[in-house]
Design a protein. Structure first.
Length: 228
C-alpha cells in the first residue's frame, strides 16, 4: 500500500471511529487502526447486521520507521483522551492559592514493538506556599517521557484557568517563560510538537482550547514580548 493511500485510509478510519464514538471510549485511541460499520438494512442468515471492517495492517511485533504524518494522526486521535487525562492530573495538583494545572502528553519510544511504541505521561503543578519554589506541570510530564526513553513528544494537552495577568492577551493558559525555556532545552520537544492549551471543562464538556506547534508558540510569545 502506498503511503498516500495509507494516510488517507488512516484518516478515514479515525473519522468513522470518531462519529461512532469508538475513539471517545477508547483507552488507547492512538492505537485505533480499524473501523467497524454495521448495515442494519442487510442481515445475515443469523439475523445479524452486515459488518464491514476497514483496517490498516500495521506490523505488530517489530519496530518500524513511522512517518511524521502518522505520528500527528495518532496524536489527533488522542486529543480528547489526553484532555481528560490532563483534567485528572489537575485534580492532583497542589497549589496554596488554588491555581491548579494538569498536563498529559503522547510520546514516541523508538525500537519497540508496535503497540508499545507510544506512551502517555502526566504532570501536575505544585507550589505549597507563597515562598516555596513552584514546579510546573509541563516539565513533570516531559521529564517522565524523557526518562522513560522516549525520543519525541508528539503533542501535549495543558489544562488550567487563565491567569489574571493573561486576560485579554491569550485565550487559554500557555506554558510560562521558564517552561518554554525548559521545552526548548529538551530534545524530545521538537519545533513541530503540538501544544494544545485548554480551559477546564464546563458542564462535563471540554473547555475552550487553542492549538499551536511549539515553534508557533515561541514565535507568538516573542512577538508578544516585543509589543509589551
Amino acid at each position: 500500500m502506498s503511503e498516500d493511500k495509507q494516510r488517507s485510509l488512516m484518516r478515514s478510519i479515525w473519522e468513522k471511529n470518531k462519529s461512532s464514538g469508538r475513539i471517545k471510549n477508547s483507552s488507547t485511541p492512538w492505537l485505533e487502526e480499524q473501523a467497524i460499520e454495521y448495515d442494519h438494512s442487510q442481515l445475515d442468515a443469523y439475523g445479524n447486521p452486515k459488518m464491514t471492517v476497514t483496517a490498516i495492517d500495521f506490523p505488530q511485533y517489530k519496530a518500524r520507521r513511522i512517518p511524521a504524518w502518522e505520528q500527528r494522526q495518532r496524536f489527533r486521535q488522542s486529543i480528547e483522551y489526553l484532555y481528560w487525562q490532563a483534567v485528572r492530573a489537575r485534580t492532583l495538583a497542589s497549589s496554596y492559592r488554588g491555581f491548579d494545572v494538569g498536563c498529559a502528553l503522547l510520546a514516541f519510544k523508538p525500537g519497540q514493538p508496535h503497540r508499545e511504541s507510544w506512551e502517555v505521561h502526566l504532570g501536575m503543578n505544585t507550589k505549597v506556599s507563597r515562598n516555596a519554589r513552584p514546579v510546573c506541570a509541563e516539565p513533570i510530564a516531559i521529564s517522565g517521557a524523557y526518562a522513560s526513553g522516549c525520543s519525541w513528544v508528539i503533542g501535549m494537552v495543558i489544562v488550567g484557568e487563565l491567569r489574571e495577568e493573561d486576560v485579554g492577551i491569550t485565550k487559554t493558559l500557555h506554558p510560562c517563560e521558564e517552561c518554554r525555556m525548559f521545552m526548548d532545552d529538551k530534545p524530545v520537544i521538537r519545533p513541530d510538537t503540538i501544544i494544545v492549551t485548554a480551559k477546564p471543562p464546563v458542564d462535563g464538556k471540554p473547555g475552550e482550547y487553542e492549538i499551536r506547534t511549539f515553534k508557533r508558540l515561541t514565535q507568538f510569545h516573542a512577538l508578544l514580548h516585543d509589543h509589551l
